[in-house]
Design a protein around this ligand. Structure first.
Ligand code: TRP
Ligand code: SF4
Length: 343
């Protein structure tokens, strides 16, 4: 099918290494749906990782391959979407620089994630120029591909809003080069980790996309259930008190869910058996992912080749955009200025 006429999507992830079910349901499922409807660009934001990890930059490259492997295993399809690494396209750095010239510092300082992250990552010194400019680089990523839509979670909305402001400012100052992109808010289903806190690598409470069947069974067996139900003979309250039940809701059919709720409330089902059933359902859902991973493992160069092909496609678009951007700035004054000069 011709890509022409389809709207463009761009989204990225910082390379955090192997991904977990939170990423799958929060981001990747959505990307996989979008790649059929839109012309998609999905990229690894490795320069963004540098803004917070500049003291240990060598940890970044190894995470890239692992993460992209998870994307592919999950079903992100290089035949449908362009998959690439940010630092392979040096044009991002040039556009970032040009945009930095027109971005008021006050816009960046009032960005809510700026102060928040500085507070959260206290052990690192984030009073850097690069970290303040994080959203400017993100704006460059997005408008480089003239993306119409940017799928993001709520936490990233301020960044897309800043991108819109920076884009309007560029178009106003120079020429109408860039479409003003819109956020496509991704609804993230509630997916707590094994202990009930947010699923996160740093809490060690995750189920990873590359976990073996045995690991999934083992991890789910440790999952917190209704704590007011120490014995099977105590009636439970799955909907309000069981952490595991949030996963049940994602992986079991409506009918079986109703049976479990009834059985748990009537103290007829035990948590051990109930979580075994859950693990089996999670494993069944992960099987296609394991299958793709096995196929990908047959040729260790697959990821490298996919990223090279992706970079080539991305670079072609980026070069063209940069030519337009440079022209807009440097070739001649915009029509309004020409009229003013009067001769
Ligand atoms: N800031 C995003 C995150 O932390 C990653 C990112 C970088 C991104 N550039 C982007 C996301 C462009 C969407 C579009 O998740
Ligand atoms: Fe949760 Fe199932 Fe145990 Fe009920 S029986 S508390 S739903 S694990």
């Amino acid at each position: 099918m011709a890509a022409q006429g389809r709207q463009r999507i761009l989204s990225g992830m910082r390379p955090s290494g192997r991904l977990h079910l939170g990423h799958l349901h929060g981001v990747l499922d959505n990307w996989i749906r979008l790649q059929d409807e839109y012309e998609c660009f999905f990229f690894v934001a490795d320069w963004h990782a540098l803004t917070t990890n500049y003291e240990k930059p060598w940890t970044i490259p190894e995470n890239i391959g692992d993460m992209v492997l998870d994307w592919l295993a999950a079903g992100v399809d290089p035949e449908k979407a362009t998959i690439f690494v940010q630092s392979d396209i040096k044009e991002h750095a040039e556009l970032h620089l040009l945009l930095s010239m027109i971005t008021p510092v006050s816009w960046l300082e009032r960005n809510p994630t700026y102060k928040e992250q500085q507070q959260q990552l206290k052990e690192r010194d984030l009073a850097t120029y690069g970290f303040l400019g994080y959203p400017v680089l993100q704006a460059a990523d997005i408008i480089m591909y003239k993306a119409n839509k940017v799928p993001v979670g709520v936490d990233q909305l301020p960044h897309v809003e800043l991108t819109r402001e920076i884009t309007r400012r560029f178009n106003y100052l120079y020429r109408d080069v860039f479409p003003v992109p819109e956020a496509l808010l991704t609804e993230v289903p509630k997916l707590p980790g094994l202990d009930g806190r947010k699923m996160s690598k740093s809490y060690g409470n995750s189920i990873y996309l590359n976990d073996s069947e045995e690991e999934v069974v083992r991890r789910i067996s440790t999952m917190v259930t209704d704590v007011e139900r120490p014995r099977k003979s105590d009636p439970g309250d799955p909907e309000n008190r069981c952490v595991a039940f949030n996963l049940h809701k994602l992986y079991l059919g409506r009918e079986r869910l109703d049976e479990i709720v009834a059985g748990c409330k009537a103290a007829e089902i035990g948590c051990v058996a109930c979580k075994k059933e859950l693990a089996a359902a999670v494993n069944a859902a992960m099987e296609p992912m394991r299958e793709r991973r096995r196929a990908l493992a047959e040729d260790p160069d697959t990821v490298k080749r996919i990223l090279e092909a992706g970079a080539e496609k991305a670079r072609a678009v980026a070069r063209k955009t940069m030519e337009e951007a440079r022209n807009a700035l440097f070739s001649e004054p915009p029509p309004s200025e020409q009229a003013d000069s009067g001769e």
